[in-house]
Design a protein around this ligand. Structure first.
Ligand SMILES: C[S@@+](CC[C@H](N)C(=O)[O-])C[C@H]1O[C@@H](n2cnc3c(N)ncnc32)[C@H](O)[C@@H]1O
Length: 216
């Protein structure tokens, strides 16, 4: 059964960190790798899309303890867990969808998103990435570490499965339901370039998780 996105993560809060770190190939490496890609200058301002309980931030704060963070997530429980981990940090948490929350203009030195954006289509991502590009300062960049399809056929299959499941379950509303529909790296790159990022590099991968860097 499909579950609404926020309910899905709320219901899996118990044991969430252990699950992510032990069940996703490369997780013991890619959180640190992702953190290492972010700016190290003092008091820089980072935006985290779908920050969850902050696994990427645990590594990042070790490298840059004074960073200022804005984290957006749909799940209240995940945000509370994050807040409890980093009580002494300069953090602004926003409960909501990154599709709806305004980001502002030229606010952030960099943005990051880990294992969150594979739930959305290319068409949904282009306006989001356009908003994100505008929110980055000059020379700012976006580090995306996420789950990707390895072929066009795989990408189509995930999307067809979601449509089929929604039909079977009589779901007609526009709410977000939890189902993985990862794009290929090629289509993700197209979405970022169509949103106006000047370049996109594939930095590394661990099985189906890749890290991309999109520069403003
Ligand atoms: C698999 S978790 C990843 C959390 C964290 N980045 C990590 O790697 O541990 C995905 C997160 O994205 C959040 N999420 C999904 N869709 C979202 C949306 N549209 N806006 C904000 N958060 C969203 C979920 O609530 C969840 O906390």
């Amino acid at each position: 059964m499909l579950e609404k996105m926020s309910d899905f993560f709320e219901n899996r809060l118990n044991g969430y960190d252990e699950h992510m770190l032990s069940c996703i190939e490369g997780a013991s490496e890619f959180y640190l790798y992702t953190a290492n890609c972010l700016p190290k200058n003092e008091n820089c301002h980072i935006l985290d899309l779908g920050c969850g309980t902050g696994l990427e931030l645990e590594e990042y704060y070790l490298l840059n303890p004074s960073a200022k963070l804005t984290g957006i997530d749909l799940s209240k429980g995940m945000l509370s867990a994050l807040k409890n981990k980093f009580k002494d940090k300069n953090i602004t948490l926003v409960l909501g969808s990154y599709f709806d929350v305004p980001f502002g203009d030229m606010v952030f030195d960099a943005a990051v998103s880990v294992e969150s954006l594979h739930h959305f289509t290319k068409e949904e991502k282009i306006p989001l990435y356009t908003k994100l590009r505008k929110a980055l300062k000059k020379n700012g960049y976006f580090i995306l570490t996420d789950y990707f399809s390895l072929s066009n056929d795989e990408e189509c299959l995930h999307q067809q499965n979601l449509v089929k499941l929604k039909e079977e379950q009589g779901i007609e509303d526009d709410s977000f339901y939890h189902y993985d529909i990862p794009l290929t790296v090629e289509h993700e790159t197209e979405a970022l370039l169509e949103a106006g990022f000047s370049s996109v590099e594939v930095l590394d991968n661990w099985g189906t998780t890749f890290t991309l860097k999109a520069t403003k």
